[in-house]
Design a protein around this ligand. Sequence first.
Ligand code: DAH
Length: 337
Amino acid sequence: MKERIDALLAEIRNAAEQLKDEDTAEQFRIAYLSRKGGIAQLFEDLKGVPKEVKPEMGKALNILRQQTQAILDTAVENLRQSQKSSVAGLDVTLPGRAVSRGHKHIVSATIEEISDIFRRMGFSIADGPEIETDYYNFEALNFAADHPARDMQDTFFLSDSHLLRTHTTPVQVRLMEQYKPPIRAIFPGKVYRNEVISARSHVQFHQVDGLFVDKGVTFADLKGTLITFAKMYYGSSLKYRFRPSYFPFTEPSAEMDISCYLCGAKGCRVCKYTGWLEILGCGMVDPNVFSFVDVDPEEYSGYAFGIGIERTAMLRHGLDDIRLLFENDMRVNHQFN
Ligand code: DAH
């Protein structure tokens, strides 16, 4: 009897592994737990077992019945669970699909990175209007009404007196009107020019201008700050140079070049085979600008600089067409996260 009980338990365990749906579960129940099933049959046969072992065998049979019921209950519950998930169209065993979290646009990221470097050097961040007056955009920056320098910038005029600012430099006038020196700030933002859209120019782009006005500010301070910026942004091993230039609002004026890191200054398409990349314009604030905002040039001096954001981003990431930054082609954008 004992052997038959053990054999039946082994058979039941084996059969339980084959259960795959409600039909096979029902067959299992009938085969082992019904009134005509294998266990009932053994109970029947218990009658012929010798008296001395009967209680022990009866107990073993009861345990076998409980075990079998438990095996069946567990199997049925598992089947229900897996059915539930497939009904909801869910296969919980599939690997998850990553959700794209999005990321900053390369222009925003460039503005933030540049701002961060200047913030660490003690500059605050300032802001100004995109619709400017002729006064702030030109006149107070020492562009005389008939000055040919006005032709340097192709302007979108909104009326005789209002225009879309052509650079972020007018914010320096607004700051000096509002605050007494020392003033140390940068002002990033959008600018507009009436230009033909091409690989090199666009009608709307971004600049960041900077201004530092205090007693005793010199061209050496300007160089120290801008060299520090360039090394932090482009890499500490670069070479640099300042070339004389002209802007109406600075005197003297300069443009800063760094050695072309794309070709190791050997000469390539990006540096136009010169080995140098122009990265910004700068200079000492012209005393004429101070006279518009009531800062005494005998007491104070200052430097200013202007950086083109798109140009910076293109140099840094090796892009050769400014339009790539504004077309929102995800195949481009996703490369810069
Ligand atoms: N405003 C100039 C431009 O749009 C850039 C510039 C040059 C800004 C020299 C400055 C500066 O503040 O000092 O091209």
